[in-house]
Design a protein around this ligand. Structure first.
Ligand code: NAI
Length: 335
C-alpha cells in the first residue's frame, strides 16, 4: 500500500524501514503533524499512518476520504485522537497497535515514582555542581506503602506485578477486574476507597468522554494529604489547573507526568530555543516536586520495533485479508 506516515522522527523511520523489509509497502515520511494545513501532502495514498498528537477530526477525515485514503493505521494503542464516527461515515477503516510492550510504560511509571520519591532529578543536578548536601532529598520506603492503580488492563497489570516486587500494598479499580492483577496482590476497591487510602495513585486507563478529567478538584479533595500522582496514560485524564492548586496546597506531595492535556504543541519537538507560551505547563515546571517527561513511556527498543511491525502488519492484513487486523470500531468506545 502507499502509506503517508506523519509525525516521523529518525527513530520512527529506521524502525519502520526495518519492519517494511517483510511487508513491502510504499512508505512516504512526513515530519509534519497531520492537521488541516498538512492535508495537501496526502495525494495518491491508500493509507495514512498517524501518531498520538496528529489531528484526526471530522474535517480532516472528510478530506482524507476525498483524497482516496481508505485506512488509518495508527502507530499507537490509544485512539482518543481519532473521530471514529467520522471514519465510519466516510468508510475509512481504523487500526491500532493494541499492545507493543506494556512493560515499557509500566516501567516508566515506576521510574517516575522512584525518581520523585528519592529526588533523583534534584540529586543529579546537585552532585554535578559539587553540592553533596542531603537537605530536601528525604524519601520514604516504598515497601509497605499503598499504591492505587486506576485501570488494570495490559499496562496496569504489569505495573501491579512491579509493585508487588517492591512489597507495596496494591489497591485497584477497573470495571473489568483482572485475574493476573489479583494474583499479583491487587485488591479491587471502588474509586472512592482507592483515592482515600492510597499513598501513590497511578493512572493506567484510556481517555474517553467518561474518563475526561477523572482527576479533578473533587477527586483531589478525596485523596490523602501528600499523595503522589502518576499519569502515563493521557493528559486529559487530569484537570491540570486543579492539580496545580493541589500542589500549592500540599494535597499533592509529588506529581509525575509523561502526558499533558495540551502536549500536542510541545512534546516530541526541541523547543529549547523558544519561549513556552503555555502558562499552565510553565507553572508546572516551577515545582521542585513535579517531574515531567515528554510522552516517552513507550520509548524502548522493543516497543518501537513492535509498533512498527504491527502498524505495517495491519496495513498488510487490510490489503490482503490475511493475518490479524487490529481494527478500532465505534463499539470500542460506545458500549
Ligand atoms: P488496556 O485497554 O489494556 O487497559 C485499560 C484498562 O482501563 C481496561 O482494563 C479498562 O477496563 C480500564 N478502564 C476503562 N475505564 C476505566 C475507569 N473509568 N476506571 C478504571 N479503569 C478503567 O490499555 P493499556 O494498554 O493498559 O493502556 C492504558 C493507557 O496507557 C492507554 O489507554 C494509553 O492512553 C496509555 N499509553 C501511554 C503510553 C505512553 O507512552 N505514555 C503508551 C501506551 C499507552
Amino acid at each position: 500500500m502507499r502509506i503517508a506516515v506523519f509525525s516521523t522522527k529518525p527513530y520512527d523511520q529506521s524502525a519502520l524501514d526495518r519492519a517494511n523489509e517483510a511487508h513491502g509497502h510504499d512508505l512516504t515520511y512526513f515530519e509534519h503533524r497531520l492537521s488541516p494545513s498538512s492535508i495537501p501532502l496526502v495525494e495518491d495514498f491508500d493509507a495514512v499512518c498517524p501518531f498520538v498528537n496528529d489531528e484526526l477530526s471530522d474535517g480532516v477525515i472528510e478530506r482524507l476520504s476525498d483524497a482516496g485514503v481508505r485506512l488509518l493505521t495508527l502507530r499507537s494503542a490509544g485512539f482518543n485522537h481519532v473521530d471514529l464516527r467520522a471514519a465510519e461515515r466516510h468508510g475509512i477503516a481504523v487500526a491500532r497497535v493494541p499492545a507493543y510492550s506494556p512493560h515499557a510504560v509500566a516501567e516508566h511509571a515506576m521510574a517516575l515514582i522512584l525518581t520523585l520519591n528519592r529526588k533523583l532529578h534534584r540529586a543529579y543536578a546537585r552532585v554535578r555542581e559539587g553540592n553533596f548536601s542531603l537537605d530536601g532529598l528525604l524519601g520514604f520506603d516504598l515497601h509497605g506503602k499503598t499504591v492505587g492503580v486506576i485501570g488494570t488492563g495490559k499496562i496496569g497489570t504489569v505495573f501491579c506485578k512491579i509493585l508487588a516486587g517492591f512489597g507495596c500494598r496494591i489497591l485497584a479499580t477497573d470495571p473489568v477486574p483482572n485475574e493476573e492483577a489479583r494474583r499479583a496482590g491487587a485488591e479491587y476497591v471502588d474509586l472512592d476507597a482507592l483515592l482515600a487510602s492510597s499513598d501513590i495513585i497511578a493512572l493506567h486507563l484510556p481517555l474517553t468522554p467518561e474518563t475526561y478529567h477523572l482527576i479533578d478538584a473533587e477527586a483531589l479533595a478525596r485523596m490523602s494529604d501528600g499523595v503522589m500522582l502518576i499519569n502515563t496514560s493521557r493528559g486529559a485524564l487530569v484537570d491540570t489547573p486543579a492539580v496545580i492548586a493541589g500542589l500549592k496546597s500540599g494535597r499533592i506531595g509529588a506529581l509525575g507526568l509523561d502526558v499533558y492535556e495540551e502536549e500536542a504543541d510541545l512534546f516530541f519537538e526541541d523547543l529549547s530555543n523558544s519561549v513556552i507560551q503555555d502558562d499552565i505547563f510553565a507553572r508546572l515546571l516551577t515545582f521542585p516536586n513535579v517531574l515531567i517527561t515528554g510522552h516517552q513511556g513507550f520509548f524502548t527498543r522493543e516497543a518501537v520495533a513492535n509498533i512498527a511491525e504491527t502498524t505495517l502488519a495491519n496495513a498488510t492484513a487490510f490489503e490482503t485479508g490475511e493475518g490479524p487486523f487490529h481494527r478500532v470500531a465505534l463499539e470500542d468506545v460506545t458500549p
